[in-house]
Design a protein around this ligand. Structure first.
Ligand SMILES: Nc1nc2c(ncn2[C@@H]2O[C@H](COP(=O)(O)OP(=O)(O)O)[C@@H](OP(=O)(O)OP(=O)(O)O)[C@H]2O)c(=O)[nH]1
Length: 181
């Protein structure tokens, strides 16, 4: 029997919640990590009017391989290749040194698929808003500013994908006086 959207989305949400269950965000309140992927999916549905189920599923699952013991094979078996390939596109290679990883995001952004670009734009929007809400433990003001600048360089390669998300990001970048290099 065909599964309806509610079943598909709750399956993803439950999978991500179990995988991220022991993780917390870096903010003072140590917010449960799952708030982030759910928030990214929420930005896509509520602010960007995205209804594509593959995109919403990928948003819910986008940090499972990068930040938990989840493998791409596990995602393929559980959610299929369309969703897994989007997650693959937005997953950093954590075996690389951080500077290299950050550079790769800038380089890969313009070559991503439109669906992966949507997830990336919403991910960046969530993280930049989060930085304005609360500075992560141990971050200096300079590190926050550097994160905004680096994000602007990634966002440059994602443009032409979704007007609403890009406008929201522009407001945040402008407030910080950040220009795209
Ligand atoms: N703003 C903010 N970010 C937090 C918080 N807790 C965890 N993060 C995560 O931290 C990452 C940014 O921190 P960095 O020091 O630059 O990167 P790293 O954790 O990957 O080494 C983001 O990872 P990411 O999702 O992989 O995104 P990206 O930075 O690679 O795009 C973000 O989701 C928080 O409280 N506030």
């Amino acid at each position: 029997m065909d599964r309806v959207p509610a079943q598909i989305l709750i399956k993803c949400t439950n999978f991500a919640a179990l995988k991220h269950s022991k993780q917390r965000r870096k903010d003072r309140e140590q917010t449960p990590y799952i708030n982030h992927p759910i928030g990214v999916a929420y930005i896509l549905t509520e602010e960007a009017d995205i209804t594509d189920l593959d995109v919403i599923q990928a948003a819910l699952l986008h940090d499972t391989v990068e930040d938990t013991n989840t493998t791409f094979e596990e995602l393929e078996e559980t959610f299929g290749s369309a969703v897994t390939n989007i997650v693959r596109e937005v997953t950093d290679d954590k075996s690389l040194p951080k500077a290299e990883r950050k550079l790769q995001q800038i380089e890969h952004a313009p070559h991503s698929s439109p669906k992966a670009k949507l997830v990336k734009l919403a991910d960046k929007l969530y993280n930049l808003r989060d930085l304005n809400r609360c500075t992560p433990n141990g971050w200096t003001e300079n590190r926050v500013q550097e994160y905004f600048q680096w994000s602007a360089n990634v966002i440059k390669g994602l443009r032409g994908t979704n007007k609403k998300l890009e406008c929201e990001l522009d407001v945040l970048l402008k407030q910080r006086g950040v220009l795209e290099l």
